[in-house]
Each structure stands twice: as C-alpha cells, then as structure tokens.
Design a binder for this molecule. Sequence first.
Ligand code: GTP
Ligand code: SPV
Ligand code: MN
Length: 593
Amino acid sequence: MASSLQALERWVNDTAARTRPARIHWCDGSEAEYAALVEQMLASGDLIALNPQTHPGCYLHRSSPSDVARVEHLTFVCTPKREDAGPNNHWMDPAEAHAKMDALFDGCMEGRTLYVIPYCMGPIDSPLSRCGVEITDSPYVVANMRTMTRMGASALARIEREGSFVKGLHSTGELDPERRFIMHFPEELSIQSYGSGYGGNALLGKKCHALRIASHQARREGWLAEHMLIVGIETPAGDTHYIAAAFPSACGKTNLAMLIPPEGYRREGWKVWTVGDDICWMRPGEDGRLYAINPEAGFFGVAPGTSANSNPNALVSIARDTIFTNVAVTADNQPWWEGLPGEPATDWQGRPYDPANGPAAHPNARFTVSARQCPTWSEKAEDAQGVPISAIVFGGRRPSLLPLVMQARDWTHGVLMGAAMGSETTAAATGAVGVLRRDPMAMKPFCGYHYGDYFAHWLSFDRPGAKLPAIFHVNWFRKGEDGRFLWPGFGDNLRVLEWMIERVEGRARGSATPVGTVPQAGELRLEGLGLPASAISELLHIDEAAWQQELEAIGAYLEEFSPRLPEALAREQHRVADALASRPRMSRSAASA
Ligand code: GTP
Ligand code: SPV
Ligand code: MN
C-alpha cells in the first residue's frame, strides 16, 4: 500500500513548504545516523561530552533556562466542542489554534534541518502498539526519540502496512515562553508543538501522543492509556504478578518500577522485573483480564535523588550511552546531582557552582536511556500480547491523612479512589511546587478529554466476564510531626506490594474501614526495618473525622465534572461518605484493631 506513504510524503512536503528548512532528513534509526547527529551536536554545543572513562557514550544537554519542564498553562486540547475537552483541559477552537500555529511555523525552519521521525509506540509487532511520525527541527529531539521509541525503518514499514499514524509537528522556534504552545487536535490525530525543546513538550511520542491523543483512541476502541509504571514481582514460589501504578510526575514511578528488594526478601528469592516506568496501555484480553504494554522503549527519568541507595538499577543503567539534561558536572566532568556523593563544579546552567544560586542540578533534570540497559528489564516488555495485570495502584504525595496502603472493595470504589487522588505539585511542570492539587489517576495534565467521560470509560470495564485487577491506594510520603517521612520507601515498598499480592491471592484478611481495607496488625512484614510501633500505627491510621471532611472535598471536586460525572461515581462517593457518617465517632488505629 504505497498510498499511506504517499500521504506521509505529502504531509512532509507541505510542512517543508510552510517551514522552509534548508534540508530534509528522513530518520532510519541506525547507529551511524545517531553517531552523525551526536558529532553535529557536539560541534554546535547542543551536547557536551562527559567523562568517557567513567561515562562512555554519555552527553550533557543544557536547556534554555526558561525551558526546563512541561508547561501545562500553554498546553491545549483543541476539540471542535469546548465541552469535550472538559474543565480539566485548556481548550482552544481548532481553527483559532491552527491560525496561531500556522503563523508561528511560517518559515521557522529557515537554515535548519527538518527531520522526519517515524516511530512506533509499543513492540513493533504488537496489536496494541500505535505509530506516529514526528517532524522536528531539533537534533536533540531526534536523539531522544531514538532512545524513547522504536524509531526508523521498522516503524515506517508498519506505517506503510497500517496506513494510519499520528502526525506531530515540532519546532524549537525561538525558545521564547511567550511564543510557546503545545496543541492537540484529537479529531485529526495530530499534535503541534512550538517554542520548547524540553521533554514532554517536545518528544511528541511521549505525553502528547501516548497519553493525550491515545486517551481518545483508547476511549473509542475500548482500552486505557494511562500514566502508569508496570512492574513484575516474582515471588519465591516463582509466580510473577504484574502491577500497574499511577503516581503523578516525580512521585516515584521510575523508582518503584526498578526497586531492589530488601536484603531478607532477596535471600528468600523475590525478584523485580521492570516493564515500564511512565506509560501503560492496557486492554481486556480474551480471558477477561487486563493486558498491558509499555509503549516506550526508554526512560526519561528524574535525575536528582537517583543514587546507589534509592535506585541502584537506574544508576547502573545510566553509566553509559545516556543523554543527561540539565544536570551539574563535577571537576572531572562526570554528571552530578543532589543525592550523589562528590561535589559539583559547574551547575546546570554552566555556571561555577554557587549554593546561593540554588541546587546544582535542576530539580527536573533528567536522563534519557534505553530500557535495555536496565539490569531488571523484563523480557516480557517485548511481548506483543502484553502482561496480565494483577493490581492497579494509585498514589500521590500526601503529607497527612492517606494511609500507607488501602484496598478498594471493588472496581467502582477503586475508580473513586483514583478519581479522588491528590498530590503535592513537583518540578516536573512549571509553577508552584508543593501545592496539594487533585490529580485523578495521575492524569490531570494528560487526559485528552473530559474527566467525566474518562471516569465513565473506566467504570465501563466492569462488565460480565471481566476479571479485573484489584485496586489499591498507597502513600509513601506521609510525614510525622517532625516533618520527616514516616515510611522509608524505595526498596522497602516491596513490603507493601507483598501485602497486595497476599490480598490478590486471598491470603491476607485485612481490616475493613469505610474508606478501604488496610493491613491487619502483623500482615505487613516489617522485620529489619527498625520502624517504631508508633510510626506504623500512624501510617495505617484512618482518622475518620478528617476523612469525613476529605469525602466532602472529594464530592465538591467531582461536582466540577457534572453534568458528565457518572451517576455511579457520585453514588459511590455518597456510599463512602454515609458509611463514615454512620460510624460511632472513634479514633483508633486499624493496625491495633
Ligand atoms: P516522572 O518521570 O516525572 O513521571 O516521575 P516518576 O513518577 O517516575 O518519579 P521518580 O521515580 O523519578 O521519583 C521522583 C522523586 O521521588 C525522586 O526524588 C525520588 O527520590 C522520590 N521518591 C521516589 N520513590 C520514593 C519513596 O518511596 N519514598 C520517598 N520518600 N521518595 C521517593
Ligand atoms: C512527567 O512529567 O510526568 C514526565 C516527564 O514523565 S515529561 O516527559 O516532561 O512529561
Ligand atoms: Mn511521567
């Protein structure tokens, strides 16, 4: 079918006529192409070589200082009808958005190379995968897309076979925040991004395609496109349970996906397999279970905090062939960030390090690395059918109220738990950090349509024959009165995942509360942690009076999505609120029950 390639060629030619590049380069994804791009970026200063002895094949890229994170206020969903984008998105009329973008793209690639990047999100032979083509004038974007997606000749062949693909047009423009927009046209399966070279704004296969556009396709076609990691937990008995977890940006997905079991667990034979760290596409299989793929091929991970203590697997992964963005460097030219030993010589902006200028690495500094370099990379990540999901986990940064873990009693209750998620904001997006905001299913910045319709779509998976995953909510970030985290987190989070598996397999009884089932005393294995009993009872404590207020706040928040809020979700909120209200007021720790 040459016709689909003709459509692609026509689009490339039309775009070239508008943007007027000096050259056009069709990316094949080869080793030689990558090497040539790196040479060129070293010459232009887009990349800086790092210490080849300690970090072979590693480079540093410094963003423009005003272009270091996603820009949610400049990100738009352009559906014909405003209501379809919902109150959760910024909306612009498609004609108006096109006029604005046409003006920006007019002649913007003069003197530059236009790169055509055919890519596939997901294993190249998987029926769950979807293809796209990104046109960009940024060689840095090409290099990152090569690591993050299946890019080049094989993707082009699939596009030729299938015919349909998502069109993404990107230019770094002048990197002027006043001339920066990330536009999505779901009806046209297209994305236009101008004025940023950073991560989710510019690597269009990631958040723009695999979440905002894919969420539309998923709704139409009966699947889910989610901001979730996928991790396989192999028990000493040899069974592997796959868990998908949605945490907001910079709230622990990469860390959980690569966790190292605590010492005692390792001795018993527990193993962890990484399938994905950011995005999960899942759909019901013939047996009624949900099967998931990771549409990405690499990690674009948060660097600060990554250390031999917190995430040794990530540290091993990024010891070679990695692009670092906005990290600091040491005197001997090694990449550096807060959390690593040693000290920085030069900060992320290339200035001699001075603590008066703030952290040495930007808090949203990132590494881009092939997933294959991760020691725990799962061979199942290449499985065309995906992996069966045993549990779905929601979680966020909640300094108080939310217990370490609780389980929803059924799918509808689980959807409410996801819809009610809240988290303190992080440096992954521009704006204030540390402000508590609602972030249903960790998709607030990424759900490409009305949240009311999205909740209804989630609820629709509960149908005859479905064997749905159990749903849990976790909180690694609860703080004690001294302001410190009560839970050690990281590898010790496996203790919580073990309890989930025990629940799924019907062994742990748990203790039911109106807001969810929490572990009974003794059900969480805490040996070797040295955690005071007071900390664990605080971590599992359900403060029913405070929860009544939380349920009111959840109800008020969900009302924002009326009239599209599904009746079943409103009813569920009332059910939990009523259960709390009808309990005799008492304050007791579930763990001591
Ligand atoms: P995105 O790539 O932005 O979607 O982020 P992410 O969800 O993958 O977050 P990541 O795993 O990179 O973690 C972000 C920050 O949270 C890092 O600074 C980590 O050190 C910290 N973090 C991760 N897991 C834990 C945990 O279990 N406990 C605590 N206290 N901090 C954690
Ligand atoms: C996030 O912000 O959730 C990320 C990084 O994973 S970005 O690619 O910029 O979206
Ligand atoms: Mn993310």
